[in-house]
Design a protein around this ligand. Structure first.
Ligand code: KG4
Ligand code: ZN
Length: 339
């Protein structure tokens, strides 16, 4: 066959390019943007400027690492949305130009679908395990928290989702409250390993059906910390690990509680996790535990495929390429784009 897809990801603060050949990953290059660390969150204008600087070297490195020639690429896939418009525009413009110059088809990719389809990336000399259709995907990232029923590559139905903040946002905001750096998820994960998850309890939100809510928890955590610090200015320093373990445990407990309900309702026992929060070690441990108890097949993508990366864009593009789903030069990015 020799279908070679170049994938481009630029929806937020990572510039990434990847090459997939016949479903197998040849390279996946990611340039993180350190510029946002000082601001405690992503600054959109700085993100799009950094994408402009990074895109050409990142693509160049992806092609070199893959050991192919640019002329061998048969299709180019890019993230159309959802994401920051200025950031998306850089990847979108690059992909359009590349498609035009090289006379190859252009493929639009939904970033959220790509997080789900990261489960189908194959690597040479590895036996990557893939979930069987239909499966449930818990998509947990900085911007999204959804339970998705995946019946086929592009047949996805949202069963439940957050009505306010995303789980990753809850990690990031709670981390900020106790002075940890951005992004806070990995920081909380790190300190939680040495803490007691039951040291502090926080009330669980009451949301109907299979939906989530995290904004109340974030506020409860903020007030809790404020009150304790009034009594003891050293409270955060003295209890950092227990605070991290307890807030992490609460977020995971909320996530798994609803997931369990959906499993019961649908009878689906293939469970996949996607998005940046899938990197969380507590979530992995607790979901594997649940899997053992309930006879579930649990899938976590490899760490490098959980946070934003172009390998997931390229694999999604590859499956669209096989279906002949291409777009024209008039395509524009979308800040909002439903799954
Ligand atoms: O999918 P992603 O890279 O970007 C999008 O939001 O699309 O997800 C980023 C989110 C951030 O909120 C970050 O704090 C969270 O994933 N995250 C984690 C961990 N690693 C990344 N949250 C908890 N534990 C982690 N180990
Ligand atoms: Zn993402």
């Amino acid at each position: 066959m020799n279908e070679i897809i170049l994938g481009i990801e630029s929806s937020c603060d990572d510039t990434s390019a990847a090459i997939i050949k016949d479903g197998y990953l040849l390279s996946n290059i990611i340039a993180n943007q350190q510029v946002h660390k000082a601001y405690g969150g992503v600054v959109p204008e700085l993100a799009s400027r950094a994408h402009q600087q990074n895109i050409i070297p990142v693509v160049d490195q992806a092609i070199k690492t893959a050991g192919i020639r640019k002329e061998e690429i048969t299709g180019i896939a890019f993230t159309r949305g959802p994401g920051l418009l200025g950031s998306l525009l850089v990847g979108n413009s690059f992909a359009k130009g590349f498609a035009l110059v090289n006379g190859i088809p252009l493929i639009e990719v939904n970033h959220l679908q790509a997080h789900v389809l990261a489960h189908f990336i194959n690597e040479k000399d590895k036996k990557n395990k893939h979930p069987q259709f239909p499966f449930l995907c818990l998509l947990v990232s900085g911007g999204h928290t959804q339970i998705i029923k995946v019946s086929d590559y592009f047949e996805m139905e949202i069963i439940g989702q957050t009505i306010d903040d995303a789980a990753g946002e809850a990690f990031d905001k709670c981390a900020k409250t106790i002075g940890l750096s951005y992004p806070g998820g990995p920081e909380i994960d790190k300190y939680a390993k040495d803490g007691n998850p039951l040291a502090y309890t926080f009330t669980r939100p009451k949301v109907k059906d299979f939906d989530y809510s995290f904004s109340g928890l974030k506020t409860a955590f903020l007030y809790f910390i404020r009150d304790r610090v009034k009594e003891n200015p050293e409270f955060i320093k003295d209890n950092r690990d227990d605070l991290c373990a307890s807030i992490q445990y609460t977020i995971i407990d909320i996530l798994l509680n609803k997931l369990e309900k959906v499993i019961k309702e649908t009878g689906i026992k293939e469970i996949a996790v996607a998005g940046g929060v899938a990197a969380n070690s507590g979530l992995r441990d607790m979901l594997y535990e649940l899997g053992k108890k309930q006879n579930l097949n649990v899938f976590f993508p490899e760490f490098k495929f959980t946070t934003d990366n172009a390998a997931m864009i390229a694999i999604t593009g590859y499956h669209k390429f096989l279906k002949g789903e291409f777009v024209g030069q008039d395509i524009t990015p979308l800040a909002r784009m439903p799954i």
